[in-house]
Design a binder for this molecule. Structure first.
Ligand SMILES: [Zn+2]
Length: 309
């Protein structure tokens, strides 16, 4: 029996990425000129959408209309059944604005979280993350010479020393810290009143996920953590993180706040149910699509402390 499909927001890109084909530049150009090829437009970390809240898909003719000789063109893959090729073009602000503004509205990914259908959201997140990385990595980190996009956008190659550079993904742990019937939530001073979340932080060089989880919880709340288990992961393209959801068992309960958090509390399962229902008097419900919300929902809806999604 097939396992139940469960898609986490910003994952589930429906395209076949055709990794093997990316070594053949001619094959990518051929797909680019395919009469059915579609192009998604990205500008300044924003994606072009129509008034229905869908990605605007333009044809290859758009390439002739651009006042830009060498835009970054990202090959996204092909649709599984129809084999229709998908690309993205990263356009510069201020050059073709009239052309694109007549087609729709540029949407940030945060706006897209609420508006885009799941498949479009996954594709948009991937495009924005990749386009952002290319725009910030025009020069080789080894020798400083200009580099060029290769493999349909899967990497850059230095024009001088030929070093290959690949898009980065920054792992971050986000953890549900549990002490019997309580879980730990905290808030940053900069957040709106009532906003609380599971604790989170970036993995540092030389750390396992478990070590990163224990360090972050100790740094932020002074709580010692023992057993740590993996729950799920979520691409978080703001601009290129990977959120790694973890469940951690607390070995101590006395909260000690340092600089990072303004407040942290232990919440009972009953309180978390109220938070999720938007009925807690002091705490806002988590944003849809977030790893924090998913961790909380899992905790209160499963018979055990944690079950994988
Ligand atoms: Zn180089």
């Amino acid at each position: 029996m097939e396992p139940e499909q469960f898609t986490i927001s910003l994952s589930g890109d429906p395209l076949d990425r055709l990794d093997a084909l990316r070594k053949k530049p001619d094959a990518i150009i051929k797909l680019q000129n395919h009469p059915d090829a579609v192009f998604v437009i990205v500008r300044n970390d924003q994606i072009l959408t129509d008034d229905q809240g869908m990605l605007v898909l333009v044809s290859a003719e758009i390439l002739q209309q651009l006042n830009d000789d060498n835009p970054d063109i990202l090959f996204l893959g092909v649709e599984h059944k129809s084999r229709r090729p998908w690309f993205a073009i990263a356009v510069e602000p201020g050059i073709n604005d009239d052309l694109f503004d007549a087609m729709g509205r540029f949407l940030s990914l945060r706006e897209g979280l609420a508006l885009l259908p799941a498949n479009d959201l996954a594709i948009a997140g991937r495009i924005i993350s990749l386009a952002n990385w290319h725009s910030l990595n025009r020069f080789c980190g080894c020798c400083g010479a200009p580099s060029q996009l290769a493999g349909g956008g899967e990497k850059r190659i230095c024009n001088s020393c030929e070093a290959e550079h690949f898009p980065r993904v920054d792992p971050a742990v986000i953890m549900m810290v549990i002490d019997d019937n309580h879980c730990l939530l905290g808030r940053n001073a900069s957040w709106p009143a009532g906003r609380y979340s599971t604790l989170a932080g970036f993995v540092e060089p030389g750390e396992s996920l478990e070590e990163a989880c224990r360090r972050e919880v100790m740094e932020e709340a002074g709580i010692r953590v023992g057993k740590v288990s993996y729950a799920f992961s979520q691409p978080w393209p703001f601009p290129h993180s990977l959120m790694i959801g973890m469940v951690a068992t607390a070995l101590s309960s006395q909260i000690t706040l340092e600089d990072e958090l303004e407040d942290a509390h232990w919440f009972t399962r009953e309180e978390v149910k109220l938070i999720l229902a938007g009925k807690h008097p002091d705490v806002l419900p988590p944003f849809d699509h977030t790893a924090s919300g998913l961790l909380l929902r899992n905790w209160v809806t499963k018979d055990q402390d944690y079950a994988p999604v």
